[in-house]
Design a binder for this molecule. Structure first.
Ligand SMILES: O=P(O)(O)OC[C@H](O)CO
Length: 505
């Protein structure tokens, strides 16, 4: 094992991971620390920021040894997005729990916002008004901790995302990485800066907000965090989903990634010259990162991907591995379709009223055909997002995949067949952490951007094999079932692009 090394820390909802990565982009040591979630009331989801900080320290202690520490040239972070907390500027002590991105307590606040204002928010931030994003969480927290905003106006209270908090605890300034900042729903995407109208709307004083900085930046130098050497620089921060895109080397429009876990984040860069209103409302616009210039991305978040497989395996009383074997034992679902709208559909439909359905069942339907329909549903939902991307005039040349469900060979073949583009599955599993490592290494001079684009990414490439007619038939049947799940008859589907863009389709 020989240096130089980069230390990547992936601070996610379920755990904090630390990976020690060498010049060949190989993981040479790792640490991981699980994290709790609390749900004090229905729809409320919180984490403890102090516990998260301690998990970072624990993961570092596991991954770094006295032998390797001297060769660590840079540290990079990838972090969960949107989750938000308040802390005291002078002590660094949290003044609130971390309201998780999953927290729904602010739904009624969002619903009270008039439609025209919601459209303004969407146009500026690229995001639909939703309890997921930080702005309305910060408003809710400040209303309780600092109702008259006197302390936040005076800068005594810090508002921030988890990247912002961790950098602060590392001794850095009160800053937020630009990609994470774009998930706060306070940033005008075009300007890459806070928007005064949005700050006024959510009643968040500018003095309480972190300064927005590029993704490659001198965030902090560590001090007193054994076994790290004092002075080791933190040179990179990325939002986790964006970090996975970076790790795939997807630096040009057309290279799209689909991270697949519980749900899926389908994301790719688009050219900043593309007019914002050309991009279909079924997908969000966001800032991916800023290395030199700001890189913009579209993103479609699908709610149920791996969770569909977990649900069905549980329902059938078998393991997810057995479910995958069952699904692969039949040539197709024989007309069975599952639309996994557990709690509505996310991208590209954003329909909270859609209901989950299993359609096309007959007396002869087998468990294997139902299992196959569950696997099909993942590929169809990803292609639904890709269709909207194409409809927006953007390119989809290749689909890069990562996450647990992508180990399923059948799913990979279905994704390439239905998308009609090659699917690239790298060997590295921990893409978010790897993206942070790559950007940190870029900052430390280990790699150039060209090196990163060419870094050997061993893995598998799946090529489309399905004929066009079969593909169209399967897509049509799927769309029919989605329409049913949404309570629309297929004939009700508005044909015009106007209607489609208005979100009614
Ligand atoms: O913590 P993860 O990895 O589930 O990621 C959370 C996302 O960043 C939320 O947008």
């Amino acid at each position: 094992m020989s240096g130089p090394f980069v230390l990547a820390i992936d601070q996610g909802t379920g755990s904090t991971k630390a990976l020690l990565v060498d010049r060949d982009s190989k993981v040479v040591a790792r640490g991981q620390h699980p994290l709790g979630l609390s749900t004090p009331q229905p729809g409320w989801v919180e984490q403890d920021a102090e516990e998260i900080w301690q998990s970072v320290l624990a993961a570092i202690r596991e991954a770094v040894s006295p032998e390797t520490t001297g060769d660590i040239v840079a540290i990079g972070f990838s972090t969960q997005r949107e989750s938000c907390l308040l802390w005291d500027r002078s002590s660094g002590k949290p003044l609130s729990p971390l309201l998780s991105w999953q927290d729904q307590r602010t739904l009624s606040l969002c619903e009270a916002v008039p439609e025209a204002t919601q459209a303004m928010i969407r146009a500026k931030t690229g995001l639909p008004l939703d309890p997921m994003f930080s702005a309305v969480k910060a408003q809710w927290l400040l209303d309780r901790v600092d109702p008259d905003r006197s302390r936040s106006k005076a800068g005594e209270i810090c508002v921030g995302t988890i990247d912002s908090y961790l950098i602060f605890r590392l001794g850095g300034e009160h800053v937020v990485e630009i990609g994470n900042s774009s998930r706060m729903q306070l940033v005008d995407l075009e300007k890459g800066d806070y928007d005064s109208d949005l700050l006024a709307l959510f009643n968040i004083p500018r003095a309480s907000l972190p300064r927005i900085v590029p993704s490659r930046y001198d965030f902090a130098k560590v001090s007193g965090i054994a076994p790290l050497a004092d002075g080791t620089p933190v040179t990179a921060v990325l939002a986790d989903s964006h970090a996975a895109l970076f790790a795939h080397g997807a630096f040009q429009p057309g290279k799209v990634k689909a991270t697949q876990g519980t749900g899926s984040s389908v994301m790719g860069l688009y050219d900043s010259s593309v007019p914002a209103d050309q991009i279909d409302l079924g997908v969000c616009r966001t800032i991916a990162w800023q290395v030199d210039d700001i890189a913009y991305a579209f993103e479609g978040n699908i709610r149920s991907v791996g969770s569909t497989l977990v649900w069905l395996a549980d329902f059938l009383g078998i393991s997810t591995a057995d479910l995958a074997t069952l699904a692969a034992s039949v040539p197709d679902s024989n007309g069975v379709t599952i639309v996994p709208a557990f709690g509505g559909l996310g991208a590209p439909y954003w329909d909270a009223n859609a209901v989950g359905i299993i359609g096309g069942v007959a007396l002869g339907t087998s468990r294997a055909q139902v299992a196959r329909a569950a696997v099909d549903s993942i590929a169809h939902q990803i292609v639904d997002v890709l269709d909207r991307v194409l409809l927006s005039g953007l390119k989809v040349d290749q689909l890069y995949v990562d996450g647990g469900p992508t180990k399923n060979e059948l799913l990979m073949q279905l994704e390439t067949d239905l998308a009609g583009v090659p699917v690239v599955r790298p060997q590295t599993a921990e893409l978010s952490a790897m993206g942070a490592a790559h950007l940190a290494g870029l900052g430390a001079g280990i790699w150039t951007l060209d090196d990163l684009a060419e870094l050997l990414r061993e893995g598998n490439v799946f090529e489309p094999q399905m004929d066009d007619l079969a593909r169209q038939r399967q897509r049509l049947e799927w769309r029919r079932m989605v329409a049913r799940s949404r309570g629309l008859s297929v004939h009700e589907r508005p044909e015009s692009r106007e209607a489609e863009r208005s979100g009614t389709y």
